[in-house]
Design a protein around this ligand. Structure first.
Ligand code: 13P
Length: 344
């Protein structure tokens, strides 16, 4: 492992004004997204859609530091035969790859999940590195139940252990791991319950990372923000989300971690941007704070595109707009009225 080079990639992933595009939906998840816009999910439609995003030159060169790909995409060619991964590199962005293989039921813990994909991971990482991937992602999923039984300590421990195993294997393969322990915002819990669970999850995750000798300078953390469950009628103000998220991260995330790139997790596009912006208005943070959004960057372009070649330009404008809004938020320079001035 060359830590100086891993650190250089990690720093580039969170470079000022830039963040990550999570375009790594599994075939099952992208089908759900395409169902909403009445597009049949085929290898070709998935390719056309992602090619549209990666050819959005202004967004890709100015606002997007890297793209998380799904296995299918990293081996796919654009319509003209150029590998999609080369489009990303040509734009000056870094290609990355989702390497977890989704979730499975966690034995003896009804309703809880553990992320799979450690078997053969070292072999797969080498292939992805040779193809050009310089960072990877693994997502652990922690649900908050309505009683106090979920999440169980078992679920938190096994998922933290797997995240650290994955991160250590990535660094040995000279790939920067994005460590993503996602506490879901489904449910009706309040913001303080989200705070408490996320705190347990982050503490356990960093404990495992230390045990397994992961170099914090060569990784990126991808956490949820501290928000109430979607079904809770008491929603929080921007300021409360920003203040509680920052307080929690300061308590749990060592300053050696170069950057924190949030997931959007089902927040509205504008909430995801506004929350990131509010946090970046805080001074003297030890790490860079940016975005690694899937839905909050892609819902708008999907709606504009609708699977039609004649809508590609509109899809690209919608993507570029969200990318620019989040770029501004990553510097604490976003304003709500900029949303209305969306490029026509
Ligand atoms: P969302 O921003 O849609 O939550 O997706 C980010 C991601 O990569 C989840 O693993």
């Amino acid at each position: 492992m060359n830590l100086a080079d891993l650190n250089k990639i990690a720093q580039a992933m969170v470079a000022p004004g830039k963040g990550l595009l999570a375009a790594d939906e599994s075939s099952g998840t992208i089908k759900k997204r395409f169902d909403v816009i009445n597009v049949v999910s085929t290898e070709e439609s998935r390719r056309d859609y992602r090619e549209m995003l990666f050819r959005t030159t202004d967004a890709m060169t100015q606002y997007i530091s890297g793209v998380i790909l799904y296995d299918e995409t990293i081996w796919q060619d654009a319509k003209d035969g150029t590998p999609l991964i080369r489009l990303i590199e040509r734009a000056g962005a870094i290609p990355g790859i989702k390497v977890d293989e989704g979730t499975q039921a966690l034995p003896a813990c009804p309703g809880e999940l553990v992320t799979a994909g450690l078997d053969n991971l070292a072999v797969r990482l080498k292939k992805y590195y040779d193809r050009g991937a310089r960072f990877a992602k693994w997502r652990a999923v922690i649900d908050i139940g309505s009683g106090h039984k979920i999440p169980s300590m078992t679920a938190i421990r096994v998922n933290a252990h797997a995240l650290a195993r994955y991160a250590a294997l990535c660094q040995a393969a000279q790939i920067v791991p994005i460590v993503e322990p996602e506490v879901l915002m489904d449910g009706d819990h309040d913001i303080d319950r989200c705070y408490e669970v996320t705190q347990r999850v982050l503490n356990k995750t960093f404990q495992e990372l230390r045990v397994q000798r992961v170099a914090l300078e060569g990784m990126i953390l991808k956490p949820n923000m501290v928000v109430p469950g979607k079904k809770n009628p008491m929603q929080s103000s921007l300021e409360e989300v920003a203040q509680k998220t920052i307080r929690l991260l300061k308590a749990c995330v060592p300053a050696a971690v170069p950057g924190i790139a949030f997931l959007s997790g089902g927040q509205s596009d504008e909430d995801a941007t506004a929350h990131l912006d509010a946090m970046n208005r805080t001074s003297n943070l030890p790490w860079r704070l940016t975005f690694s959004y899937g839905r909050a960057l892609q819902a708008a372009p999907q709606k504009a595109w609708l699977g039609k070649a004649e809508n590609v330009a509109a899809g690209q404008r919608a993507f570029a707009h969200r990318a620019r809004m989040n770029s501004l938020a990553s510097k604490g320079e976003w304003k709500p009225d900029l949303e209305a001035k969306k490029a026509a």
